[in-house]
Design a binder for this molecule. Sequence first.
Ligand SMILES: *Cc1c(COP(=O)(O)O)cnc(C)c1O
Length: 362
Amino acid sequence: MRQNLHRKRTQNKPMFTNPFTTLDQLPRVELAHLPTPIESLLNLSAYLGGPEIFIKRDDQTGLATGGNKARKLEFLIAQALSHEADCVITAGSTQSNHARQTAAAAARYGLACHLVLYAPNGEPPTDLRGNLLLDRILGATIHWTDERAPYSVTIAQVEAELRDAGHYPFIIPYGGSNPFGVMGYAVAMREFAAQARGLPKFDTHVFGSSSGGTQAGMVLGAYLTRLTEPTITTDILGISIDSPAAELAPRVTRLAMAAASELDLEADDLEQSLAALVEINDDYLGGGYAVVGDAERAAIRLLAQHEGILIDPVYTGRAFAGLIDLIRRGVFTRGQRVLFWHTGGSAALFAFADALSLEDES
Ligand SMILES: *Cc1c(COP(=O)(O)O)cnc(C)c1O
């Protein structure tokens, strides 16, 4: 295995050093409170009668109500700064957590923030709620787009306008998922490995996967970690939020490969090795992106009422509903240890009051 790993620029040097060395030399700013804690969900595990469930609190990364984008933005904002940008542009849905955390990160580093947000049917919401309220408080400029213009078209328009006005915009892609965003979760996997050392083995990481950068980072980080610690063999299971696995899996592998190439990682079987770590379940797409169904509603209340932990209506609610179903169907069983990654998003709860209404509860 190890002999296959070498970096282009150091081919003559001794074969092996720390696999994270190149990654640690990339520009990175400080945004997230790390390491995030791993907690045991004792009450909920007992209630469900299945595996021991643990939770990695990436909702507590600390950037304007937290979430997984803080880890990505440490590398993405550093890229913007090293390109001498004076503003960033990114895109997302109306209730995008990524947009909100980008607005916060930009504010912290003195960059203006332009958000291209999707308004269904060309109708932006008339009231400011959830993440959208926070975007405004954080000082972002919002540019609405709709079905007629894909994000990329509107981003290009905003970019051209900013350049014409004498600005230096830096584009952060949807979800922060490019090779640099991916690094945030490669580092997170090293963080997990350090926390897991000396503990009984975790069987599976479970989390919501959408634009794929989080999963790509976990896969790359696991690959790098296992080069020196082959006993860490926790499976990495992404619960797809909005794409069929046949679309999401190649996207994740592509992103992991692109990040690996940014690190000059080379191995004959690199793509195969990374692809082999990509596991996706797409059984929980429900009514589509951001459509809250019974399963999400139940999962949100279960975690809130057994553990006092808030998950979100779009991502973690769906992913946790998937985990609960997999437990009920005996895919995860007593004696196993599952680590659920809480990737954040609870600020969106306040924009989904109707969908989360308690009327059906006695
Ligand atoms: C963005 C997001 C995800 C998905 O992460 P990707 O890297 O886009 O796959 C999961 N959970 C929350 C709360 C998010 O905001």
